[in-house]
Structures are given as C-alpha cells and as structure tokens.
Design a protein around this ligand. Structure first.
Ligand SMILES: [Zn+2]
Length: 192
C-alpha cells in the first residue's frame, strides 16, 4: 500500500511528478504538501486528514477506496498531493520513440481521425524522408496504414491530406509521461 502511486501537483495544480504513498505522507508530514481530496478538491494537512479519514482498526472502510492499515488505525491513502511552495514545472525529457508518438497522438490517425487499432497504425513522416524530412517530434505522426499508403511519398499539401493537429514535442504533463493508465482520481488534473 505504501508503494502505491500518488500524483504530485505544483502550487498551481499542474501535475509535475508521481511519487509513492510513503514519500507522499512524508511530504505532508513535513508540511511541504497538502493532500487533495480527489472528489471535493479540499486540501488537508496531516492532522485534518487524520481527523476525517482515519478509522480505528477493525472497522470496515468504504468500498472502492484504498486504506492503509496499521495495528491501531486505518488511514485513507492519498491519491493527489499539492505542493505548498514549488510552482515550477521541471524539465522532464520524454524519450522520442514509437510508443510515445502513439501516446501523444492518442493512437489516432492524424489524417482521417480513425482509431483502427495498433496493428493498422503506422508512423508517417509528414515531410517524407526522401524529401529531407527529419525523424523528429515535429515531423512524425500516427497514420493509419490506409492513409499512409494513400499519402505515399508526398507532403500533406501535395496529397491534399491536412493534418488534424500540428505535431509538436509533448511535455510530461500532457499525460504522455504518465502512461496509458491514468487512475480516475488523477484524470481531472491531467491535460489532454
Ligand atoms: Zn487514416
């Protein structure tokens, strides 16, 4: 339970990191962060969290919530924390690879908008390699096999196939860095 993931927001409520429950409790205990209630957005320090979300051992906690059990006490596990002072967004490099391009484009063909499944998707160079196009965040998009074949060795203009969105380098807190599985309690804090 102490290894579960907790989403960390900066002072402006922008997601900047994922930590463990153990480390999260320690941040709250030292007054560096508050616990954010995932449904009401209420902010709690350690004491008010214990007042409202602790139960004696042996009492059955609400279903569907994660609770940490000690010998005398059960405490609801925090899912989201907000830092008290830090307001920056750390530069976090996302690896440029196929998986992250798929995530950035949400597994959707950037030409026709279809989501035909991974098997029928490919990576397209917007400006073809043969015409000097780079293999980069700005020049690679997800395309279904059909669109990729149709476009062939042409630019979107030449093929008359406009892109749905201008490809750009994603940032960690677009959700790309969080992976495919964002827990429901985090979803409203994550863009995209
Ligand atoms: Zn397509």
């Amino acid at each position: 339970m102490l290894d579960r993931s907790v989403l960390v927001l900066n002072k402006s409520w922008t997601p900047i990191a994922i930590t463990t429950v153990k480390r999260g409790f320690s941040l709250v205990f030292q007054n560096h962060a508050h616990i954010v209630h995932p449904e009401t957005y209420e902010m709690h320090d350690f004491e008010t969290w214990l007042n409202e979300y602790a139960l004696p051992a042996g009492v059955e906690p609400p279903v569907g919530q994660a609770w940490l059990r000690t010998t005398t006490l059960q405490i609801r596990v925090p899912e989201v924390l907000v830092l008290g002072r830090y307001n920056g967004v750390p530069r976090r490099e996302l690896a440029f690879n196929r998986r992250n391009i798929y995530r950035r484009d949400a597994f959707q063909c950037q030409y026709c908008g279809s989501r035909p499944g991974l098997k029928n998707l490919s990576i397209d160079h917007v400006k073809p390699v043969s015409k000097g196009g780079a293999t980069s965040w700005e020049n690679c998009v997800v395309a279904c096999v059909r669109c990729n074949t149709r476009k062939g060795n042409r630019t979107p203009d030449q093929a008359n196939m406009p892109l749905m969105t201008e490809p750009a380098k994603p940032t960690w807190n677009d959700g790309v860095g969080l992976g495919e599985r964002v827990p429901p309690s985090w979803a409203k804090f994550v863009r995209g």
